[in-house]
Design a protein around this ligand. Structure first.
Ligand code: CA
Length: 234
């Protein structure tokens, strides 16, 4: 009877431990984006070039003119990032390994005073790079195929209502082989003119090889319990 109860409680404990292990495997780790809300770098009224923690390219700057769902923003400081023209934006780079799965989300707005024209659009983008900074991956299909090492979110374009915040998201962006890092970008592609705003960027990363240490600990714990059970039986 005692033996039976011991096995029972052992199994319950094992089930609990394995459930905890599994849940930690499934959990995506939030990426520690610097200045994710673009709220740093705007000392006072008006626009300030640059966005602390972000590498900016093309024409982009932080501004206090707009906040999510309101213009002008009532709860200062609640600054945003504005970009305009062809190929402008900002990005941050994080270490990554082949098989890592990234996600990215944020808010994007078509700006009413300088709206997107033609095929112009704004979006979020994840780009995987190798150790040399080139596009990662040597799988069949070459090194530059959208959806292979470059992942785009849904877009905001000229057909979107102006001055309305839209939720943008890149889901399930899996790093190809040879991946060493990932760029998380906010982008405005508007060669015909126009501008857009970004705010509240977030991202997550699920490692390719999930918590091997926890798995080993779980395995050795299992062996230990079996050993104890055997000794009790004898
Ligand atoms: Ca903000």
């Amino acid at each position: 009877m005692l033996q039976k109860n011991f096995y029972k409680s052992s199994l319950t404990m094992l089930a609990m431990v394995s459930a905890m292990t599994l849940s930690s495997v499934a959990q995506a780790a939030a990426i520690p984006l610097a200045n994710a809300g673009f709220d740093v770098d705007d000392a006072s009224a008006g626009d300030v070039f640059g966005a602390t923690g972000w590498t900016t390219f093309g024409n982009g700057f932080t501004t206090s003119n707009l906040g999510p769902g309101s213009s002008p923003v009532p709860d200062s400081p609640n600054n945003t990032f504005k970009a305009f023209g062809g190929g402008s934006g900002a990005g941050q780079n994080f270490a990554a390994t082949a098989g890592d799965v990234f996600t990215m989300s944020g808010l994007g707005m078509n700006f009413g005073s300088d709206p997107l024209l033609g095929t112009g659009e704004l979006l979020l983008q994840i780009v995987f790079r190798d150790v040399n900074g080139n596009f990662a991956g040597t799988e069949a299909g070459g090194n530059f195929a959208l959806g292979f090492n470059v992942f785009n979110s849904n877009v905001v374009n000229a057909s979107n209502p102006i001055d309305i915040w839209n939720v943008l998201g890149v889901g399930t962006a899996a790093a190809p082989d040879n991946t060493a890092s990932a760029d998380l970008n906010v982008l405005v592609l508007a060669p015909a003119g126009g501008s857009g705003y970004f705010d509240s960027i977030a991202a997550s990363q699920v490692p390719a090889i999930p918590v091997p240490a926890a798995v080993w600990l779980f395995g050795s714990g299992l062996l230990g319990l079996v050993g104890v059970a055997r000794r009790r039986k004898a």
